[in-house]
Ligand binder design. Structure first.
Ligand SMILES: *[C@@H]1O[C@H](CO)[C@@H](O)[C@H](O)[C@H]1NC(C)=O
Ligand SMILES: *[C@@H]1O[C@H](CO)[C@@H](O)[C@H](O)[C@H]1NC(C)=O
Ligand SMILES: *[C@@H]1O[C@H](CO)[C@@H](O)[C@H](O)[C@H]1NC(C)=O
Ligand SMILES: *[C@@H]1O[C@H](CO)[C@@H](O)[C@H](O)[C@H]1NC(C)=O
Ligand SMILES: *[C@@H]1O[C@H](CO)[C@@H](O)[C@H](O)[C@H]1NC(C)=O
Ligand SMILES: *[C@@H]1O[C@H](CO)[C@@H](O)[C@H](O)[C@H]1NC(C)=O
Ligand SMILES: *[C@@H]1O[C@H](CO)[C@@H](O)[C@H](O)[C@H]1NC(C)=O
Length: 480
């Protein structure tokens, strides 16, 4: 189906462009890190995908007469193997001066993208990425030429809105994330941010609490959770999540009154469909507790092109980089770069057909907004802020004996609908979804709560009164 679509606009482009466009090159500067263990947008994962997109377009005669020249640059600090904002800035300026690119692909990490994105807007050069999920890139004044063809946190927030509407959770929730601020790109923070912002805009009281990967902070975190929410979003590495959950079970006597959503967009906890599997062996019955735990992931594309794409991507990554990739949801990012390249080619074609310049980022990115087309990752739709709508999956324990998880709902990012599974259902430990604001827990404004508490207060008052009297007498005796 997408082939037909591509052919149509290809043909229109052909007619309008054949005379003018031949002989020129389109220079694509790819700026990404190298560490493919850590980053889904690393060069070994993405470069082969971009080449596949390029070859696919060339095979169909797209970008007529224009040769696409793909040049790659590392935005990583090689000493530590992590994204480096300072390096990305310098590379971007060098590339602009020496290579005169028509478009940037990447960066993918948030801080490097923030820097390079500002430059790109200033130079009016288009910048496509399938990373950079942070909320800040929604700001079109600051980042006027960024197109995000991959998932973004704002869309995760829209999913949370749909979830809360469905379960009638209208008053309060909490997010907590592992904060890697000083070491890396704060991936967990930037993922959690969208949920926080979106629910807050719905006038839901939101509490936010970062945590550090150290046992001594976990107890504090759990007290914080108990005092602030029953609907909890947690984003952090799996091992820290499991340790927190184990402590949670021993500290909290009523886990059935909680709904805990673990944000694991690449489904790393679900490789064997049992997120509790690698928990501490001392933990007697994690399955019982995990009935209250849900996992949120990106939705794996199920179109046949995607499977073929994954297979070829892994073969090429091995050929080009000697890197062996296992199939995982991280491939969705490479696929989204591929689709970003298609989107770029379509918009470029139209801009040229309209007599625009091939490096006019404003003109090009005006044509990538509000679009839909069939890509290698399935249906691609972009919003008016040039961010792709993201499909997500909600996983719950669907086998109460084995503790196995299944998808209970898919979220359709373009329609913003939660589509509940016909076969797999949530089994709530207390028979139904917990309340987000149970009476007399977070607030005792209701007079019926105070009724119960008056005797307690009374006892306290009498107690302190007595203590004062005793204190008075003893000081009197001492200082007499
Ligand atoms: C396009 O790039 C090729 C090298 O790939 C170069 O030989 C050619 O001169 C370039 N054409 C233009 C118009 O810059
Ligand atoms: C660009 O990619 C090639 C592999 O395709 C690699 O050998 C080369 O080191 C990369 N260049 C940079 C600057 O990262
Ligand atoms: C939400 O509230 C409505 C109206 O009070 C009710 O019909 C519906 O069943 C509730 N939904 C859930 C999931 O409890
Ligand atoms: C949130 O509250 C403000 C002020 O009371 C109101 O204007 C706004 O419409 C509310 N938003 C939603 C989504 O209910
Ligand atoms: C895009 O370029 C064409 C041709 O120069 C021009 O007519 C059109 O106004 C431009 N659009 C924008 C938004 O700059
Ligand atoms: C995209 O759609 C929105 C709402 O439908 C509209 O306000 C906006 O102007 C459109 N943007 C572009 C670039 O077409
Ligand atoms: C989302 O909904 C749209 C419109 O109904 C549909 O075309 C698309 O296939 C749906 N996406 C998924 C992943 O089902």
């Amino acid at each position: 189906m997408w082939r037909v679509g591509v052919r149509c606009w290809l043909f229109m482009g052909l007619c309008s462009c054949v005379a003018r466009c031949s002989g020129k090159n389109v220079t694509v500067a790819v700026m990404l890190p190298d560490n493919h263990h850590k980053y889904a947008w690393a060069q070994p994962r993405v470069l082969p995908a971009l080449r596949m997109a390029q070859e696919d377009l060339a095979r169909r005669g797209l970008l007529l007469g224009r040769t696409v020249i793909l040049r790659n640059f590392s935005t990583e600090n090689p000493a530590v193997g992590l994204c480096a904002e300072s390096r990305a800035q310098v590379v971007a300026v060098d590339v602009k001066m020496n290579l005169r690119p028509d478009v940037f692909f990447g960066p993918g990490c948030v801080y490097p993208l923030a820097s390079v994105g500002r430059f790109a807007s200033h130079w009016r050069l288009p910048l496509f990425t399938a990373g950079g999920s942070a909320f800040g890139f929604d700001n079109q004044d600051e980042y006027s030429t960024i197109v995000r063809s991959g998932p973004s946190t704002t869309k995760l927030g829209e999913f949370a809105i749909a979830l809360h509407a469905y379960f009638n959770w209208t008053s309060r929730a909490m997010v907590t994330w592992y904060d890697l601020r000083l070491v890396d790109d704060r991936p967990h923070y930037f993922l959690a941010e969208g949920i926080y912002v979106a629910l807050k805009e719905q006038n839901i009281t939101m509490e936010a609490q970062p945590y550090q990967n150290d046992h001594k902070y976990y107890r504090e975190l759990i007290s914080f959770i108990r005092e602030h929410g029953r609907i909890i979003y947690i984003c952090g590495p799996l091992d820290s999540f499991l340790m927190i959950m184990k402590l949670f079970q021993s500290e909290i006597k009523d886990p059935e009154n909680y709904a805990i959503f673990y944000l694991d967009v690449f489904a790393e906890s679900l490789s064997q469909r049992r997120p509790w599997l690698n928990a501490d062996p001392d933990w007697a019955d994690p399955i019982q507790f995990f009935k209250s735990v849900f996992v949120i992931t990106y939705r794996p594309p199920d179109n046949p092109e995607y499977q073929a794409f994954q297979k070829e991507l892994h073969a090429r990554t091995y050929q080009e980089f000697g890197v062996h990739l296992e199939p995982s949801l991280m491939d969705l990012i490479a696929g989204s770069f591929y689709d970003g390249f298609l989107l770029y080619a379509m918009a470029l074609q139209e801009t040229l057909a309209d007599g625009g310049a091939q490096n006019d980022g404003i003109n090009i990115t005006m044509r990538t907004a509000n679009r839909s087309f069939w890509g290698v990752t399935g249906m691609v739709t972009t919003d008016e802020k040039n961010a792709r709508d993201t499909d997500l999956s909600l996983w719950a324990m669907t086998n109460q004996e084995t503790g196995e998880y299944g998808v209970v709902a898919n979220y359709n990012g373009s329609t913003k609908d939660l589509v509940w599974s016909q076969t797999e259902r949530i089994t709530w430990p207390s028979g139904g979804p917990p309340l987000d604001n149970p009476p007399c827990v977070f607030s005792s404004d209701d007079p019926s709560c105070n009724d119960d508490q008056l005797p307690v207060l009374g006892i306290v008052a009498v107690g302190s009164g007595l203590a004062l009297i005793i204190f008075g007498i003893s000081s009197f005796l001492i200082y007499r």
